[in-house]
Write a protein that binds this ligand. Structure first.
Ligand code: IPE
Ligand code: MG
Length: 222
């Protein structure tokens, strides 16, 4: 979800206003995804690298996150949505981490769409953690080296028991992956749009899905 800062700058507004509008769009797109029958929606809200932004901006983003967890997600929960979070939780403030755990527990048995929010998320860090977990199992003798395969390794990632993404959309004209789900996107389709995240909407999402549906996915076969 990229482009909040530029959206604000173009209007002569502080970056925080772009983030505020961006959070509104998160609500709209989550609702739209449910209506369109999407089973899993993952949103890249804050990366490990985003911690390097100014103290002021991080504070703004964490404030918005608190509001989002407290009010916006309440509404989402009522729609039978299962909510989960991926990322390095130790980095987040304790009250935020506690709220996240609570929301996950409360929605665990919901049977509708899964909304996955990547927070303080970095894919390389996730992979390194998974390597450590796997190595520990081998070292303890719980598994043998030959047991390590794609399935086992996938289960060591934050995304265990979620399917790999079919489609990755990045807004704001940047055409890069920025440490996002590197393992999981092995066969994902990509869509890059110049639209800034605060201007993203349901109609655009529908158009992108139409485009996706016309693609032929071969998974390496001829
Ligand atoms: C995305 O918008 C929001 C977050 C990364 C939290 P940006 O803040 O990256 O906006 P630009 O890229 O500066 O326009
Ligand atoms: Mg950006």
């Amino acid at each position: 979800m990229d482009g909040n800062g530029r959206w604000a700058a173009r209007r002569g507004l502080p970056r925080s206003m772009g983030h505020r509008k961006g959070a509104e769009v998160v609500k709209e797109i989550t609702r739209a995804a449910g209506e369109l029958g999407i089973k899993y929606l993952t949103l890249y809200a804050f990366s490990t690298e985003n911690w390097n932004r100014s103290e002021d901006e991080v504070k703004t983003l964490m404030g918005l996150l608190r509001d989002y967890l407290q009010s916006d997600l309440k509404e989402v929960q009522q729609n039978n949505v299962r909510i989960r979070f991926i990322g390095e939780r130790e980095m987040l403030d304790a009250d935020i981490a506690r709220k996240m755990a609570e929301i996950e527990a409360d929605t665990l048995r919901n049977t509708g769409m899964t909304l996955c929010i990547a927070l303080s998320y970095g894919s390389r860090q996730e992979i390194v953690n998974a390597v450590k977990k796997t190595a520990a199992l081998v070292k303890e003798g719980d598994i043998s080296l030959n047991d390590v395969d794609v399935k086992l390794f996938s289960d060591m990632l934050y995304t265990k028991d979620m399917p790999d993404p079919d489609l990755v959309i990045r807004t704001s004209g940047e055409q890069r992956i920025s440490n996002y789900l590197l393992w999981q996107i092995a066969y994902a389709e990509f869509f890059f749009t110049d639209v800034l995240w605060p201007d993203f909407n349901k109609k655009l999402l529908e158009d992108i899905i139409k485009n996706f549906n016309m693609r032929e996915r071969r998974y390496g076969k001829a």
